[in-house]
Design a protein around this ligand. Structure first.
Ligand SMILES: NC(=O)c1ccc[n+]([C@@H]2O[C@H](COP(=O)([O-])OP(=O)(O)OC[C@H]3O[C@@H](n4cnc5c(N)ncnc54)[C@H](OP(=O)(O)O)[C@@H]3O)[C@@H](O)[C@H]2O)c1
Length: 259
């Protein structure tokens, strides 16, 4: 795949996996539009990428958990006169703990960001990409997508949605020349667990953001509908699909049980 002179819209680009996507793609000559709430971090990153790689880097501050934020974001991108070749729906967070103890507003934000904003952006851009018969979308799911996860029930459900949506859309879009990929990282070395409020949510050895992004771009180039990052994560995702449901639930619960 030729990345030079493409334009990528990356949500959640101020940290972690999204920042790594921005750095990797900018180094390949891709222009980037960086989106998150932390405009200061995005501006510093944009300046660095412009001066290091000579690409165009734009910053759009947005809280994508707010209803209607995705449509406003698209309007802001259109106002810049930019066409998106690659959409990376990466912004997301997890909540840790039983739903009976959760803050309902935080749960609503989690669903709004992980599901609603991702769906809004995917719908708008897949229509445009289909019309011009080119473009790619990477939706960041998780290995949590492969089974329900007690103590992270809503997070796992949002990621199951992302995986299901993206794989179905892969099928719909491929005949129009549009690629769709669900990226399923396992535990990755980012601020994710600080935001979730517990390291107990991390299963297995954490992979680097570099490994995750390399896995994603290889899978996109290969035209896959979904990819799990890392061999251990691939084995666990496959066994979750084959084992009896109660056993899968018991294993998932034990893996993230509060220590
Ligand atoms: N790390 C892992 O172990 C892991 C595993 C599987 C899947 N994932 C998924 O990978 C994606 C990236 O997470 P990460 O690990 O890189 O976590 P991270 O380091 O916490 O980064 C999350 C990014 O999302 C942005 N974000 C959060 N809330 C937002 C909002 N309301 N509106 C706009 N942007 C928002 C954050 O920026 P601001 O705070 O500046 O808004 C940040 O740029 C998520 O979808 C996550 O579910 C992570």
């Amino acid at each position: 795949m030729e990345y030079r002179n493409l334009t990528t819209l990356i949500t959640g680009a101020s940290a972690g996996i999204g920042e790594e996507f921005a750095r990797t793609l900018a180094a390949k000559g891709t222009n980037v539009i960086l989106v998150a709430r932390s405009v200061d971090k995005l501006s510093a990153l944009a300046e660095e990428l412009r001066s290091t790689h000579g690409i165009r880097a734009e910053v759009i501050g947005s809280d994508l958990s707010v209803p209607g934020a995705a449509a406003s974001l698209v309007a802001d991108v259109d106002a810049l006169g930019i066409e998106i070749d690659l959409l990376i729906n990466n912004a997301g967070f997890g909540t840790y703990g039983d739903l009976a103890d959760a803050d309902p507003a935080r749960i609503r934000d989690e669903v709004s960001l992980n599901v609603a904003a991702l769906t809004d952006l995917t719908t708008i851009y897949v229509q445009r990409m289909t019309a011009r018969k080119s473009g790619s979308i990477i939706n960041v799911a998780s290995t949590a997508a492969f089974q329900p996860v007690p103590h992270m029930a809503v997070y796992a459900a949002t990621k199951a949605y992302v995986l299901s949506l993206s794989e179905a859309l892969w099928w719909e879009a491929k005949r129009h020349g549009v690629r769709v990929l669900a990226l399923c990282p396992g535990a990755t070395d980012t601020a994710f667990f600080d935001v979730a409020g517990s390291d107990d949510a991390a299963v297995g050895t954490r992979r680097s953001t570099r490994q995750v992004v390399d896995t994603a771009l290889s899978a996109l180039e290969a035209g896959k509908p979904s990819v799990v990052d890392g061999l251990a994560n691939q084995l666990s995702a496959s066994s979750s699909r084959l084992a009896p449901r109660r056993a899968v639930l018991a294993v998932a619960e034990r893996a993230v049980r509060p220590r």
